[in-house]
Design a protein around this ligand. Structure first.
Ligand code: ZN
Length: 95
């Protein structure tokens, strides 16, 4: 008796259950995917931070010097005007 559906006590409920079940699987897969993306990204950033080339800090060799904000050449700290490009200094000075 293949067409005997008497065991289907509440077919709509079963259909809803299947939909909820499938939704749960999709959500868990999405969550898993997000987890792996975050895990791989975090691992990659860590590896990059450990093995990546260190960025050289740009510091004037002479403590009495600073960089021109425009042409980035070393000029005396108290220079008001860059001796190379003639741009007035102090425009981008830190407050
Ligand atoms: Zn300059």
């Amino acid at each position: 008796m293949l067409d005997d559906a008497s065991w289907l006590v509440n077919p709509p409920l079963i259909a809803s259950g299947i939909i909820v079940f499938l939704t749960g699987i999709v959500l868990s897969l999405t969550g898993l995917l997000a987890f792996w993306i975050l895990a791989v990204a975090g691992l990659g950033m860590t590896v990059w931070g450990v093995f990546g080339e260190k960025r050289e800090e740009i510091v004037p060799e002479n403590p009495g010097m600073k960089f021109c904000w425009y042409c980035l050449r070393e000029i005396p700290v108290d220079a008001e005007v860059c001796g190379y490009c003639g741009i007035k200094q102090g425009l981008l000075e830190k407050p």
